[in-house]
Design a protein. Structure first.
Length: 171
């Protein structure tokens, strides 16, 4: 197993309600789910929503592809907008499996969307060449990473357009 990263877009009003209403936050984050069927239905609803993006365990590779650095490497500066897409944000009071859920403000989301839009697909493919090289798994992984590249950009652009706050969770 590994650490998985996911994002959720919430309106500023939803974000405020999450802060002010513990019962609402508990339901929102699925803390009240008890049966396997409830848990399955909860995550299926999340996955089918355009307000949720699951990077699975690939977030570390994506961090490298977008920044040229590995997360948590001692030489990693970690202070650029692209770093913050993956490991930024402000801590919330809500627990994730690993640490606390973090949030990116509307302003941060807007700036990150702009930074992501500067990366062309050709530039991303060039970075992908460095990561995958001629490894035999490339035939399976390259399309997956290109798909995630497009989804991240679309997700942040939509969040910026709609003025959303983005929640980042490591589970």
């Amino acid at each position: 197993m590994g650490i998985e990263a996911s994002y959720r877009r919430v309106t500023p009003e939803e974000f405020e309600k999450l802060h002010n209403d513990a019962a609402y936050a508990s339901v929102y984050f699925g803390d009240d789910l008890e049966t396997d069927e409830e848990i399955y239905a909860y995550f299926e609803a999340l996955r089918s929503s355009d307000r949720y993006l699951d990077l699975d365990k690939h977030w570390r590779s994506l961090h490298f592809l977008f920044t040229g650095d590995f997360p948590f490497d001692s030489t990693n500066k970690g202070d650029t907008l692209l770093h913050k897409v993956f490991i930024g944000g402000t801590t919330t009071p809500w627990e994730a499996t690993y640490g606390m859920v973090r949030y990116l403000t509307m302003s941060e989301v807007h700036d990150m969307a702009e930074a992501l839009n500067y990366i062309s697909e050709d530039d991303f493919k060039s970075r992908l060449d460095k990561l995958l090289g001629s490894h035999e798994s490339r035939i399976y992984m390259e399309p997956h990473f290109l798909n995630l590249f497009a989804h991240i950009i679309k997700f942040f652009n939509k969040a910026a357009q709609e003025g959303d706050v983005v929640l980042l969770s490591f589970d």
